[in-house]
Write a protein that binds this ligand. Structure first.
Ligand code: BGP
Length: 486
């Protein structure tokens, strides 16, 4: 039995971003339209000329931009990582990163999803990014789908609600895994796969107006993603047996609001519904409570013969997850005040402080999450997102004194270390938004997570210059001391 004193040797320290929030270059290099590019249209239910917009020519792009310039700006331009990745990776190397988590932009590789051939220019872009990382011995950790898919597949099949998308995704995954088989070892199939249920367009490319029952369509889409993830895992092992394939969950630990058994039961149900995703991807089958849950909600999942076997035979090598906050469950939630937004809307926990966006600060919850996941599955874990969204101030002398971010990261890393000492097998930690990027939920630039500041405001104005925040030097020391110097 290993008596762990601290983080193991070779612990993968690093940072994380996603293509749709960082790259920009939305119409560069032959890239097609992705769901992330269209979010403003769908939020406003503005479907006018959508088909026309799918054909990327400068005229239609201009039209799109003039139509929705303010709302359309952020994700389409990101922080221009597309052109500045060398400068950014040099900063990550200076931080001492062992790993860097990023996603491949699916429509950069297959602009429409169903194209006969991949887009060579897109493939070459990631060749250059991975080569640059390798130059500094930084191990890429690659998400195949982070909150996006080609819009053409959305229009044709209503996103993941259509079973046909499985084949297109597997082909895309096979293409990039083959191309980068000597450059990338760690792969994640879907970012926060549970988003498909919580935000069907963001997670599953589902246009809700097109379905009668959103919950039915979302669980069906999720099933297709599970099958696709397993088929990709099977292919991955054929392409390179040394690949390590992980699932990725937005872990939402739910505490009961009181010790009333009804509240405890509700918290258990909410936790089970969150862990359903890892149950399928790690254990290889749906948990038993799902049959009753689906039937009580009028949901019937269409499964093809062979699906169960596919899920059973190709489970993941490791479990990755994001952790930002903890949530609270009650049988009568209306009796309590609510806080938070997007994925993390919840009852207020009187014991916790909150960020400006209402996310509750709970470092101990990370230890709880780690211990519980390890107890349940006995697979290596990887914290691939964790961080504090905050508004930063640039002082007159150019410094950014983000002590609040240091405090957040220190407390969470301390709890992670405690979990490691409890015996949890933890592979690594990538803080979210190592460099400031566009927020997923608010599309703002000013909700910043980075230890590197990017000069850009919520309207896309700024030099895009990069600056080191106070947390940069702090995180550098943490990594150099393998988590001893906190
Ligand atoms: C996760 C997503 C990320 C990310 C992060 C922070 O749910 O995987 O893409 O953005 O949350 O959220 P936000 O940007 O909304 O503050």
């Amino acid at each position: 039995m290993i008596n762990r004193q601290g983080f193991p040797e070779g612990f993968l320290w690093g940072g994380a971003i996603a293509a749709n929030q960082a790259e920009g270059g939305f119409d560069a290099g032959g890239k097609g339209w992705s769901t992330a590019d269209m979010v403003p249209y769908f939020e406003k239910k503005d479907y006018t000329n959508l088909r026309e917009l799918m054909h990327v020519t400068s005229a239609t792009v201009e039209k799109a931009m003039s139509h929705h310039s303010a709302e359309g700006y952020p994700k389409r331009y990101g922080i221009d990582f597309y052109h500045r990745f060398k400068e950014d990776i040099a900063l990550f190397a200076e931080l001492g990163f062992k790993t860097f988590r990023l996603s491949i932009n699916w429509p950069r590789i297959f602009p429409n999803g169903y194209d006969a051939e991949p887009n060579e220019e897109g493939l070459r872009f990631y060749d250059e990014v991975f080569d640059e990382l390798r130059k500094y011995d930084i191990e890429p950790l690659v998400t195949l789908s982070h909150y996006e898919m080609p819009m053409a597949l959305v229009l044709k099949y209503n996103g993941w609600a259509g079973r046909e998308v499985i084949g297109h995704f597997v082909r895309y995954a096979e293409t990039v895994m083959t191309r980068y088989k000597d450059k990338v070892k760690y792969w994640l199939t879907f970012n926060e796969i549970n988003t498909t249920i919580i935000e069907p367009f963001t997670g599953g490319g589902i246009i809700e107006d097109r379905v009668e029952n959103t919950m039915q369509a979302s669980y069906q889409a999720l099933h297709h993603q599970f099958v696709a993830s397993s088929l990709v895992t099977e292919k991955a092992r054929q392409i390179n047996p040394n690949f390590q394939i992980g699932c990725m969950l937005a872990r939402m630990i739910h505490y009961p609001a009181t010790s009333k058994p009804e509240d405890v039961l509700q918290a258990q149900i909410d936790n089970q519904l969150n862990l359903l995703h890892t149950d399928v991807q790690v254990r290889g089958s749906y948990p038993t409570f799902m049959a009753r849950y689906w039937s009580e909600n009028g949901i019937t999942i269409a499964m093809e013969p062979g699906d169960e076997q596919i899920l059973r035979e190709h489970t993941v090598d490791f479990i990755s997850f994001s952790y930002y906050t903890s949530l609270v469950s009650a049988v009568n939630p209306e009796e309590y005040g609510v806080t938070g937004g997007n994925l993390y809307s919840t009852i207020k926990n009187p014991n916790l402080e909150r960020t400006e966006w209402g996310w509750q600060l709970d470092p101990i919850g990370l230890r709880v999450a780690l211990k519980e996941l390890y107890d349940r599955y006995q697979l290596p874990l990887f914290v691939v997102e964790n961080g504090l969204g905050a508004k930063d101030t640039v002082e007159a002398d150019g410094s950014i004194n983000d002590d609040y971010r240091i405090d957040y990261l220190r407390k969470h890393i301390t709890q992670m270390k405690e979990a490691v000492m409890d015996g949890v097998d933890l592979m690594g930690y990538t803080n979210w938004g190592a460099i400031d990027i566009i927020s997923a939920s608010t599309s703002e630039m000013s909700k910043r997570y980075g230890v590197i500041y990017v000069d850009q405001d919520d309207n896309g104005q700024g030099t895009l210059n990069r600056y080191k925040k106070k947390s940069f030097g702090w995180y550098q020391k943490v990594i150099a001391s393998n988590g001893e110097n906190l």
